[in-house]
Design a binder for this molecule. Structure first.
Ligand SMILES: [Zn+2]
Ligand SMILES: [Zn+2]
Length: 386
């Protein structure tokens, strides 16, 4: 089969990426993006392109040879509710929504890989190209799985990638075992009796109790978990119904907890309930704890990490391939697929000058497109070799 000209592919991917960047869509609203993806996959001659999988998800299937093994490559398509600060000609045309996590780049790279593999082949078996909705919500992967992804488009292993600001373009990192954390959310509601600011003793106001509780929650990580367990408990909001001269009868404490093992997540919740109830009792108010699990931890399969490093050698300079020093306490919806099959998630440099992810000045670095598409193709040839 004909070799694709890398410069032409780079130009095309850049045009796709900027088109997607100019038209960002929030989770489960990626209608234009999904239609764009499906049209491209059909243009590349994919065997089967399914739309509307788990809402706005797209799955393209490409078969070569007679091999009966199937692997999946996954990209995410959603943008964030952030107002973009940019003067680029391709800046967001949807006010208040922007591609601040580089999912426009991830989508363009996976499309590039589909074009590359459809045009050049070089593997024996089936590749599933999975374009998932709503990664940022932590809901899109589950929606596709609940829509029968594994039954309708079976595969034995899955690979995904994320751009990483701070890491130079053309650099590759991953690690075996824990890579990204679970994300749990919590809401603690304190209920007492509000009243006149001049007469605190005649009610049971909730603000002082809430302040004590925020401080006490800091002891979960420092005094209740093993020092060898990585975890974060962050209170992010404290909201009351108090006003200038009235003490609150209600206080809501909201926050976010990160961990890498389900047992640690369970222990954070258990300790949070003990501390919330104990603190509330001490201040004579009532506490109600709502604890939810939004993202599960992402663990890379050891054998597939080795395969990813071997494939990376075909794409990156030897000095630019590294084992990630430590797991990241951010979360990734990709982990949901790993409840069904082993997989490997990797990081690609977005440049040292890149703004951080989820920042209003962030932009995906188009110089990274060829590396991502080539890595996707390399891992397919590595895993579905002749
Ligand atoms: Zn993100
Ligand atoms: Zn992301």
């Amino acid at each position: 089969m004909a070799k694709l000209d890398p410069e032409t592919l780079k130009r095309e991917m850049t045009a796709w990426r900027r088109d997607l960047h100019a038209h960002p869509e929030f989770g489960f609203e990626e209608k234009r993006t999904a239609a764009f993806v499906a049209a491209k996959l059909r243009e590349f001659g994919l065997y089967d392109v399914a739309e509307g999988v788990g809402g706005t998800g797209v799955v393209g299937t490409l078969k070569r040879g007679s091999g009966n093994r199937a692997i999946a490559l996954r990209a995410d398509m959603d943008a964030l509710r952030i107002a973009e600060q940019s003067s680029a000609p391709y800046r967001s045309g949807n006010p208040g929504i922007m591609h601040a996590c580089g999912h426009d780049g991830h989508t363009a790279m996976l499309l590039g890989a589909a074009k590359l593999l459809a045009g050049e082949g070089g593997f024996d078996g089936t590749v599933r190209f999975i374009f998932q909705p709503a990664e940022e919500w932590g809901r899109g992967a589950l929606a596709m799985l609940d829509d029968g992804l594994m039954q309708r488009f079976p595969f034995a292993e899955i690979f995904g990638l994320h751009n990483m600001p701070g890491l130079p373009v053309g650099h590759f990192e991953t690690r075996a075992g824990p890579v990204m954390s679970a994300e749990d959310n919590f809401e603690i509601v304190l209920k007492g009796l509000g009243g006149h600011a001049a007469r605190p003793h005649s009610g049971n106001e909730t603000l002082v109790a809430a302040c004590a509780l925020v401080t006490n929650l800091q002891t979960i990580v420092s005094r209740r978990l093993s020092p060898t367990d990585i975890a974060v408990v962050s209170v992010t909001e404290l909201i009351t119904d108090g006003t200038r001269n009235a003490l609150p009868g209600l206080a809501r404490i909201l926050g976010d907890a990160r961990s890498f093992r389900p047992e640690v997540s369970a222990e954070i919740e258990r300790q949070m309930r003990i501390i919330a109830e104990g603190t509330a009792a001490a201040y004579n108010v009532a506490a109600e704890v709502n604890y939810t699990r939004e993202f599960v931890p992402l663990h890379n399969d050891t054998e597939l990490v080795e395969a990813a490093f071997a494939a990376a050698k075909n794409v990156f300079e030897p000095g630019n391939i590294a084992i990630a020093r430590e797991p990241v306490t951010a979360s990734e919806d990709f982990a949901r697929f790993l409840d069904h099959v082993p997989g490997c998630f990797v990081f690609l440099g977005n440049g040292e000058a890149s703004a951080p992810l989820h920042n209003s000045s962030y932009d995906f670095n188009d110089e990274g497109l060829v590396f991502g598409a080539s890595f996707h193709a390399a891992i397919v040839r590595q895993r579905l070799g002749f």
